[in-house]
Design a protein around this ligand. Structure first.
Ligand code: ADP
Length: 503
C-alpha cells in the first residue's frame, strides 16, 4: 500500500513537473502543425482524385457514346464492358437511366438500391456544376464515395430522361492508405518527440534539481555555502543570484549576531555595576550618605541603560522601516539654531564655546524630530570629545549651514577642535557599537571615571540612518590633535510651482 502511494506520488510529481508540461506543450504544438499539414495534404489528394475521376468519367461517357454510335442510348441492351482500360465501363461503375421526372428507369452496376440524384439543380442554375454529383453509397465493403456525371437526354427539343454514370472516387483505396500512413506517422512522430522533449527538458532542468537539493541543505546557521554553478546560462544566472542573496543574508545574519552580542555586552556592564552597588550597600548597615551614593550610581547606570535601549529601539525601527517620518519643508538652519541653543548650557559646563556660523535658509523636506536627534548626536559628540582637550587648548564647536552652488543641495556642518579621529577608524565610524578608543568604553572597573566620555557607539549609526532616510550623505574630515568636521548633505526642497493663470 505504501509503495503504491509512493508510486502514485511520483507520478503526481512528474505530471506536475515543468519538464512534463514543457514536453506536453511541445508535442501539442507539433500535433497542431502536423494535423494542419496532413489535412491539407489529404484535401489536395481528394481534389486530385476528384479531377482524375472526372476526366475518367468523361472518357467513359465518350466510349459509351461511341459504343452506341448514337446520341441517345438504348437502355435495354446496354452491354457491360469490363476490361482493364480505365476509360471503359468497369464492374464498380454505375450506369443508370432516369425518366424526365427524376424517377429511376433502369440501373446497371454493383448497387441494387435506388440511387436518387438531384436533377432539380440542372434547371435551377446552381453555382456548382449541376451535372456532377458526389454521393456516398454503402456497398458490400462499407461506404464508398462515388462521383456521378449526369447527361440530360433529348429527342429533338424534348427532354426524354437522364443518363447518369457513376464511378468510385478512389477505386484503388489511395485515400485510405494515405490516411493510415498519416495516422501512423503523426502518432509515432508525436510519441518520439514527447519522449525526446521530456528527455531534453529533464536535462535542462537537472541543475534546478541540484540547486533545490543544495538549497534544502542550507540552514540558517550555515549560510556560508554557495552553489558556485560554472554555467553561464539562465540557470547559472539564477544560481549566481542565489549566491549573492546568500552572501547578503550571511552578512546580515552576521551583523545581527554581532549586534545582539554587542548589545548584551553593553547592557551587562551597567547591570553588573547595579548588582555590585546593591550587594555592597546591603551587605552591612551603612551611613545614609553611602546609601545615597549607591542610589546615585544606580540611577546614573539606569539612565545609561535607558539611553542605550532607546538607541537600539531607534535603530531596530529604522531597520524594519517602521520609523514613521512626518516629512515637511524645514529650514535646516532653524533646526541647527534650536539644537545649539539647547546645548549651550551643556557646552558651557564643559567650558566649550558652542557657536553658530553662517545660517542661511536651507529648505529641505524632512522629519523635524529625527533631524533634531541627528544634529543633537553630532553636537553632543563634538562637545563630549572636545571636552577632552586640556585647558590650554582651543575648545570650540561651530555649527553652520549652507547651500551648494548648484542650488540643488544643502548642507549642515559641525566642526570641533577636539582630539580628531585617526584615519584608520574613519571607515568604521558609523558601524554600530564602534568606538575609536575601545578602552574608553565602559567597563565594570572604570565606573567612577566621570571624565571618560562613555558612549554606546550607536550615536553615529543613528546619524547615518537618519541621513539616509532623508536621502542625505555624510562626510567626515578629521585630523588628529586638530579636530573633526562632520558634514551632511541633503537634497534641497523644491517648492511645487504654483499654477499661475498666464493663459
Ligand atoms: P559614542 O556613543 O561612543 O560617542 P558614536 O557612534 O557617537 O558613539 O561615535 C563613535 C565613535 O566615533 C566614538 O567612540 C568616538 O571615538 C568617535 N567620535 C565621534 N564623534 C567624534 C568627534 N567629534 N571627535 C572625535 N571623535 C569622535
Amino acid at each position: 500500500m505504501r509503495s503504491f502511494m509512493n508510486f502514485f506520488n511520483r507520478i503526481n510529481l512528474i505530471l506536475h513537473s515543468i519538464r512534463f508540461r514543457l514536453a506536453l506543450w511541445f508535442v501539442f504544438i507539433l500535433a497542431v502543425l502536423l494535423i494542419v499539414f496532413s489535412s491539407l495534404l489529404f484535401y489536395m489528394q481528394i481534389q486530385e482524385l476528384r479531377a482524375e475521376t472526372l476526366i475518367r468519367l468523361e472518357s467513359k461517357l465518350e466510349n459509351i457514346e461511341k459504343a452506341f454510335g448514337t446520341d441517345t442510348v438504348n437502355p435495354q441492351g446496354f452491354p457491360i464492358i469490363t476490361n482493364d482500360d480505365d476509360t471503359s465501363f468497369q464492374n464498380k461503375d454505375v450506369f443508370a437511366l432516369y425518366y424526365p421526372d427524376g424517377s429511376l428507369q433502369k440501373i446497371w452496376g454493383p448497387f441494387t438500391e435506388i440511387i436518387s440524384l438531384d436533377f432539380s439543380r440542372i434547371s435551377s442554375g446552381d453555382e456548382r456544376d449541376p451535372l456532377i454529383e458526389l454521393l456516398t453509397l454503402s456497398g458490400a465493403n462499407g461506404q464508398i464515395q462515388y462521383i456521378f456525371k449526369i447527361v440530360p437526354l433529348y429527342s429533338g427539343e424534348a427532354l426524354t430522361g437522364y443518363l447518369a454514370l457513376g464511378t468510385p472516387l478512389d477505386p484503388r483505396g489511395q485515400l485510405e492508405r494515405l490516411l493510415v500512413t498519416l495516422v501512423i506517422l503523426i502518432g509515432s512522430t508525436l510519441l518520439i518527440s514527447f519522449a525526446g522533449g521530456f528527455w531534453l527538458a529533464d536535462r535542462a532542468m537537472r541543475p534546478v534539481k541540484t540547486i533545490a537539493a543544495k538549497a534544502r541543505s542550507i540552514s540558517e546557521t550555515d549560510l556560508s555555502q554557495r552553489f558556485n554553478l560554472p554555467k553561464k546560462d539562465e540557470i547559472g544566472q539564477l544560481a549566481e543570484t542565489f549566491d549573492s542573496m546568500l552572501a547578503r543574508l550571511e552578512s546580515a545574519f552576521a551583523r545581527q549576531r554581532q549586534f545582539t552580542a554587542d548589545a548584551s555586552h553593553e547592557l551587562r556592564t551597567p547591570l553588573t555595576i547595579v548588582n555590585l552597588e546593591t550587594t555592597r550597600a546591603l551587605s552591612v548597615p551603612r551611613p545614609a550618605k553611602e546609601y545615597q551614593r549607591a542610589l546615585q550610581i544606580i540611577q546614573s547606570e539606569n539612565e545609561l541603560m535607558s539611553h542605550l535601549v532607546n538607541d537600539m529601539l531607534t535603530l531596530a525601527r529604522m531597520d524594519a522601516h517602521h520609523e514613521v517620518l512626518h516629512r515637511e519643508p524645514l529650514d535646516l538652519s532653524d533646526l541647527a539654531l534650536d539644537v545649539v541653543e539647547r546645548l549651550i548650557p551643556l557646552a558651557a559646563r564643559q567650558e566649550i564655546k558652542l557657536e553658530t556660523g553662517e545660517l542661511p535658509e536651507v529648505l529641505i523636506l524632512g522629519d523635524r524630530q529625527s533631524l533634531t536627534q541627528m544634529l543633537t548626536n553630532l553636537v553632543e559628540n563634538a562637545i563630549k570629545y572636545t571636552a577632552q582637550n586640556g585647558p590650554d587648548q582651543m575648545r570650540r564647536v561651530l555649527v553652520e549651514t549652507g547651500t551648494h552652488l548648484t542650488r540643488t543641495l544643502g548642507w549642515v556642518r559641525v566642526t570641533d577642535t577636539g582630539p580628531g579621529i585617526p584615519g584608520e577608524h574613519l571607515d568604521h565610524l558609523f558601524d554600530r557599537f564602534y568606538r575609536v578608543d575601545a578602552s574608553r568604553a565602559r567597563s565594570e572597573d572604570i565606573s567612577d571615571d566621570e571624565s571618560s566620555p562613555a558612549g554606546s557607539g550607536l550615536g553615529l549609526a543613528i546619524v547615518e540612518g537618519i541621513a539616509q532616510l532623508h536621502s542625505g550623505s555624510i562626510e567626515v574630515n578629521s585630523e588628529p590633535e586638530k579636530g573633526t568636521i562632520f558634514e551632511i548633505v541633503f537634497p534641497l526642497y523644491v517648492k511645487p510651482a504654483t499654477s499661475s493663470s498666464t493663459r
